[in-house]
Design a protein around this ligand. Structure first.
Ligand code: BV8
Ligand code: ZN
Length: 251
């Protein structure tokens, strides 16, 4: 890791704005299953049977139950060293932004102040008829799919396949990728678009790209540096060196 760090060191020493683009891999060490890994979610069930609007209309109870099951896992888990380290980066750089594909809310829970959730948040819901929001509310009604006062079904505020990403979150994420100094890509297979455009936009704008993953991905050929290993181990090592540099620079 040391010789690779040298490349990153100079980028970090002059960096003012850092963006972390994260995927399911960053929450794996919290016990949240990823999607495409060996015990990934999509190995057991088909995304088009669960993570799309027609599936919800066909089987609202099955889809609703699946998200309640995943929400329970999130509630029993907590942010790990990787999320906490990203939050601590805020003490050492002028601007630190997180662009996440995850819906677990762990970055905010870890203390990151600017988090763009491209695929929604598992704690948020809305009525499919009138759009009324039901965020952070306990909607458990003997496990039935909850209904809005208007009679409409309530669905998770999660971006399903074939659905548009939240416009503001996506455009702010594009701007972040265009204007940052370093973009860290953490724990994502970078296969799902348009979210996976973010690293390519940063690359196109000549930003320094660092990938942290346990294995090679689609992005490995375009990043400036690939650090192979667990995010919860690598990110604290990087921050440790930043602290040493900054304190060295101080005296
Ligand atoms: C849209 C919400 C259009 C559900 C999700 C063909 C080509 C290109 C695109 C398409 C295509 N066919 C269809 C499309 C579009 C489609 C898409 O991209 N499909 C892909 C699969 C080909 N995209 C869409 O449908 C998007 N919408 O395009 O709308 C449109 C246009 C006009 C008008 C209307 C609509 C919507 C996409 C959002 C889908 N929703 N999830 C839910 O979460 O329940 S996608 C799902 O994948 C998750 O959100 C997840 O965030 C996302 C990406 O997965 P990753 O986060 O990368 O997770 P993964 O398991 O894949 O990888 C984990 C990585 O971590 C691995 O690399 C692993 O090695 C690493 N790792 C593991 N442990 C660790 C680690 N790394 C470090 N440390 C560790 N400890
Ligand atoms: Zn309604």
């Amino acid at each position: 890791m040391l010789q690779q760090y040298e490349k990153l060191k100079s980028a970090l020493s002059s960096a003012k704005k850092i963006v972390f683009f994260t995927g399911a891999g960053i929450s794996a060490e919290s016990g949240i299953p990823t999607f495409r890994g060996k015990d990934g979610i999509w190995n057991k069930m088909k995304p088009d049977e669960l993570a799309n609007f027609n599936a919800f209309l066909r089987n609202p109870q099955i889809v609703w139950d699946w998200y309640q099951y995943r929400k329970k896992i999130v509630h029993q888990a907590s942010p790990n060293h990787a999320h906490l380290t990203i939050s601590e980066f805020q003490n050492y750089f002028d601007e630190v932004l997180v662009v996440t594909q995850n819906v677990d809310g762990f970055h905010s829970r870890a203390g990151s102040e600017i988090v763009y959730e491209l695929h929604g948040n598992i704690e948020k819901n809305y009525c499919i008829d009138c759009g009324k929001r039901f965020d952070f509310e306990n909607l458990e009604i003997e496990g039935k799919v909850p209904k809005c006062g208007c009679g409409g079904l309530i669905r998770p505020d999660i971006v399903w396949f074939g659905e548009l990403l939240p416009e503001d979150a996506y455009s702010l994420s594009e701007l972040a990728a265009e204007t940052c100094d370093i973009l860290f890509v953490i724990g994502t297979s970078a296969l799902v678009f348009p979210a996976a455009n973010i690293p390519y936009i940063a690359k196109k704008h000549g930003k320094f790209l660092v990938e942290v993953n346990i294995e090679k991905t689609e992005l490995s050929s375009i990043v400036d540096l690939s650090l192979f290993g667990k995010a919860g181990e690598i990110l604290p090592q990087i921050l440790q060196r930043v602290k040493e540099e900054k304190s060295y620079g101080k005296n």
